[in-house]
Design a protein around this ligand. Structure first.
Ligand SMILES: *[C@@H]1O[C@H](CO)[C@@H](O)[C@H](O)[C@H]1NC(C)=O
Length: 531
């Protein structure tokens, strides 16, 4: 570690000076916290002074050990109501499993902003009013602040401290932010839930694309506005509009990987660093499997790992989904299943056939690295999606909510994965047929391995991409030359609708006049022939 650090420092010092960087890490969703923490490690590994500022919005567990670089200074900001947070049970969102309403784009647009951004309000308000904490940050003279565009307090603190801010985003894309940096509409380029992608897409798909995109934009707009409002209230004076603040940055980092993602038009300002959390060398040397897992893998030729991640819980799955899954287990007695199931449930265990092992915790890295695990059934959080892609493992993606449907479609496009409708978990027969095919048909493994090979050979390492662009951005914090102004001009100018209308009019007029003239001509010709 030490030698590696020193080496990186020497390498970096050759061209770039060490900077003093504040990374804002709001403690809220684990996937966000993991993303920011990994970014902090890498930036510190490259020799910069990194301070991690962590305001607690919830009392999140499982965050220990995320910060690996021991030079990172961590400032935990516990709000006055932290004891209350400790007593609150971690939300597990059982309604996301099968409520059609929870995933409804129209309803989301009205509910999500308050439901999510509302969670930030108390801690953020206290922090924004906390002169001691802000003065302390000010006195540390940061060169730059890195903050995700999800929880916006960090961006506003950067503004108040007069320090440039670099926005990052832990998902593949949220078009509302990409558009701020000049990306044209990605309609038809990336696949919306329940839509097909070109060339299969038809009118209904395109209609669905517009519908979902429209309400999703309203949802994200609402999230930004909600925070903008309570931040202004806390500070007690007008502050810049949230989009204008984000817009000031010379780069915007997103967790998309160009070789995994859809082929989407973009601008140079949007830097895709997806995959920077993966370490191919390390993945080749995973921890050996604990004995009891080694034994499980010996039971049958094929093993399937099932995990729906850490936010929603398998034990809260609706009974008809569970029944479908049990039916699938029974139909595939020659396959062993390891299911991440967060509860000791003797009654439930009794209903299961012998080929199933419920485990509260699974060594996911080591299992995915083992050839005897033929398939990963996952919810398709971006962390798991990346891990599947970088281990070359076939996956049955069963997206539950949020960005998971898009991740599922994104991975399925490469042919090593299938996106499976969660409501069809209830259909045990279909589930069994799908899983049997994925375990037996070598094409899934072949395609997944092919993707791994592509990712291993990508021309620019995502970590390098992150560091080079970060250092470039710190050098030119006000550079705006790579952001086009055209998409600020409204739909008519952006899509040249006025010109299209004008030219169409000319065309129609010309056709009309030509016909008018021709319709007069033949009479004369006919007439002259008769004469
Ligand atoms: C980074 O930290 C070291 C050790 O605390 C300090 O000597 C150095 O001046 C810092 N560099 C910057 C750019 O703040």
């Amino acid at each position: 570690m030490h030698v590696k650090n020193l080496l990186s420092i020497l390498l970096v010092l050759g061209s770039v000076s060490c900077k003093n960087i504040l990374i804002f890490n709001p403690i809220f969703g684990l996937s966000h916290v993991k993303f920011i923490s990994k970014m902090a490690n890498i930036i510190a590994d490259h020799g910069h002074n990194v301070t991690l500022f962590q305001p607690f919005h919830i009392a999140l567990k499982n965050t220990e050990g995320l910060i690996k670089n021991k030079y990172i200074e961590i400032i935990n900001y516990y709000p006055d109501h932290y004891d209350e947070l400790l007593k609150t049970e971690t939300a597990t969102f059982p309604a996301f499993w099968d409520s059609h309403l929870m995933n409804n784009p129209v309803l989301s647009a009205f509910m999500i902003p308050k439901a999510i951004a509302g969670e930030f309000e108390r801690t953020a308000t206290q922090l924004l009013k906390d002169k001691v904490a802000l003065d302390d940050l000010k006195s540390r003279n940061f060169d730059v602040i890195i903050s995700e565009t999800f929880e916006l307090t960090g961006m506003y603190i950067a503004h108040m401290l007069n320090v440039p801010c670099i926005p990052v985003w832990s998902a593949v894309r949220f078009t509302i932010f990409n558009n701020i940096f000049g990306q044209p509409s990605s309609l038809g380029y990336s696949q919306q839930p329940f839509s097909k992608l070109a060339p299969e897409a038809g009118f209904i798909d395109r209609l669905n694309d517009v519908y979902r995109n429209f309400f999703f934009t309203i949802t994200m707009d609402g999230m930004g506005q909600y925070q903008n409002d309570f931040i202004e209230k806390a500070v007690g004076r007008p502050l810049p509009y949230w989009k204008d603040l984000i817009k000031e940055a010379p780069v915007y980092f997103t967790n998309s990987n160009e070789y995994l993602d859809f082929a989407v038009p973009t601008t140079a300002t949007i830097v895709h660093i997806g995959g920077f959390t993966m370490d191919l060398e390390k993945m080749k040397h995973v921890d050996p499997l604990p004995d009891k897992y080694a034994k499980i893998l010996e039971e049958r030729e094929s093993t399937v790992l099932i995990s729906f991640g850490s936010v929603i819980r398998s034990y809260q799955m609706p009974d008809n989904f569970k029944a479908g899954i049990i039916k699938m287990f029974e139909s595939l007695p020659d396959v062993t299943f390891i299911w991440k199931y967060e509860r000791d449930d003797v009654e439930f265990q009794k209903k299961l056939p012998k080929n199933v092992h419920l485990k509260k915790w699974v060594p996911q890295h080591s299992l995915l690295a083992d050839n005897r695990v033929k398939l990963f059934v996952t919810h398709g959080g971006l962390g798991s999606t990346m891990e599947v892609a970088y281990t070359g493992k076939p996956a049955l993606m069963v997206p539950i909510f949020g960005d998971q449907p898009e991740n599922a479609n994104m991975l399925a496009r490469h042919g090593g994965a299938i996106s499976y409708d969660k409501f069809e978990l209830a259909d045990g027969e279909k589930l069994a047929i799908t899983i049997r095919d994925m375990v037996r048909n070598p094409k899934y493994n072949k395609n997944a391995q092919e993707l791994l090979k592509v990712l291993s050979h990508q021309p620019i390492d995502p970590k390098l991409n992150l560091m080079k662009h970060l250092e470039f951005a710190m050098e030119f914090p006000n550079l705006r030359s790579q952001v086009p102004a055209i998409n600020q001009m409204g739909l008519i100018a952006h899509y040249y609708l006025d010109v299209i209308f004008f030219l169409s009019l000319i065309f129609i007029l010309t056709v009309y006049l030509t016909f008018k003239i021709i319709s007069l001509l033949p009479i004369r010709i006919v007439k002259s022939k008769i004469d």
